[in-house]
Design a protein. Structure first.
Ligand code: NAP
Length: 305
């Protein structure tokens, strides 16, 4: 049995988070930073719309050079034009769009190769691209059989961070747009299996899946979504520990939920599980999860867990 304070802290955070979601509109608008970011470079994934576009606009307003990493070049270019229109002349030539499809690990590798070839350093790497479910009437898995939502929301960012790690400045920030939905993953975070452990579905399973998909009866994607958002939070913690283990490190890793960015609240699911499982069991499970991500992304990333 975990100490009582672990439960109190977790459920208080959960209630605060849900309350904030309901009453967010009553809060005063956030005062945005005016810090001068000239000379700094940011990559923002999924920046052609919504939260990613807002992040890109704000970074450009603060004079950063911003790379919008988008899967659709037309939508990406339109977003570049919109950022420049909203920020004005000073952002001209400093906002770019590069192709990136986070659901395709080859696309992630191409993006990173292009980046590495140009030898640019990164100050801010914002993993924001995400989906809540697969598009209607389309496959829920990638061509190599991984869950589409897992690769899009999480695994692509994991691989990208690994491939670009050497290009992060010594005080770079890695930021992940998570969600309060991550709380729902307490049951399932450590239940996923490595790609190797997952047996290929048999004929009957495939036929059943096809039937369910064709009839539009597929099950809710909410649990899978919540799990990817919890993976982001766990990743931020493990990545921060990795960064902090290097001497004189100034790099930081953050996961936040839009509209409620008080970061301590987000350590709570992970802290909760740490408290419930005990440090040793938690570390074992967390390492298992990291190894699975490595296996799925087909990389070796020894961060000294
Ligand atoms: N809005 C909320 O209330 C809320 C709450 C919690 C968390 N979030 C998180 O916030 C993030 C941004 O969501 P949003 O609300 O701003 O929604 P959005 O407007 O739909 O933005 C999602 C962005 O991700 C991009 N994207 C999706 N799949 C991609 C892929 N395979 N490769 C590259 N880019 C891809 C989309 O590009 P396309 O335009 O090409 O589809 C779009 O630019 C997501 O991670 C989401 O989970 C949002």
């Amino acid at each position: 049995m975990a100490p009582l304070n672990v439960y109190v802290s977790f459920y208080t955070s959960l209630i605060k988070s849900l309350t904030t979601l309901v009453f967010a509109r009553l809060y005063k608008p956030q005062k945005l930073s005016q810090r001068d970011l000239s000379g700094q470079t940011a990559i923002v994934t999924g920046a052609n719309s919504g939260i990613g576009l807002s992040i890109a606009v704000q970074l450009a307003k603060q004079d950063a050079t911003v790379y919008l990493a988008c899967r659709n070049p037309q939508r990406g270019q339109k977003a570049v034009d919109e950022v420049v229109a909203r920020v004005g002349e000073k952002s001209e030539g400093k906002v770019h769009c590069w192709d990136l499809d986070t659901s395709d690990l080859n696309s992630v590798r191409s993006f990173c190769e292009r980046w590495i070839t140009q030898g640019k350093k990164i100050d801010m790497l914002v993993h924001n691209a995400g989906i809540a479910s697969a598009p209607p009437n389309s496959p829920t898995t990638t061509q190599d059989g991984k869950e589409l939502i897992y690769v899009t929301n999480f695994l692509g960012s994991f691989l990208m961070t690994h491939l670009l790690e050497r290009h992060l400045f010594s005080d770079a920030r890695v930021v992940l747009t998570s969600s309060s939905g991550h709380y729902s993953a307490a049951e399932t975070l450590f239940k996923s299996q490595t790609a190797k452990e997952t047996r290929a579905p048999g004929l009957a399973t495939r036929a059943w899946k096809a039937l369910v998909e064709n009839l539009g009866l597929e099950k809710s994607s909410a649990p899978a979504y919540g799990r990817t958002k919890a993976q982001q939070v766990l990743f931020a913690q493990l990545l921060q520990a990795h960064f902090s283990s290097a001497p004189q490190n100034g790099r930081t890793a953050h996961a936040f939920t839009p509209g409620f960015t008080a970061t301590p609240i987000f350590s709570n699911l992970v802290d909760f599980m740490r408290g419930v499982m005990g440090e040793r069991e938690f570390a074992k499970k967390a390492e298992g999860e990291w190894r699975r991500w490595e296996g799925d992304a087909d990389v070796n990333w020894d961060v000294g867990l």
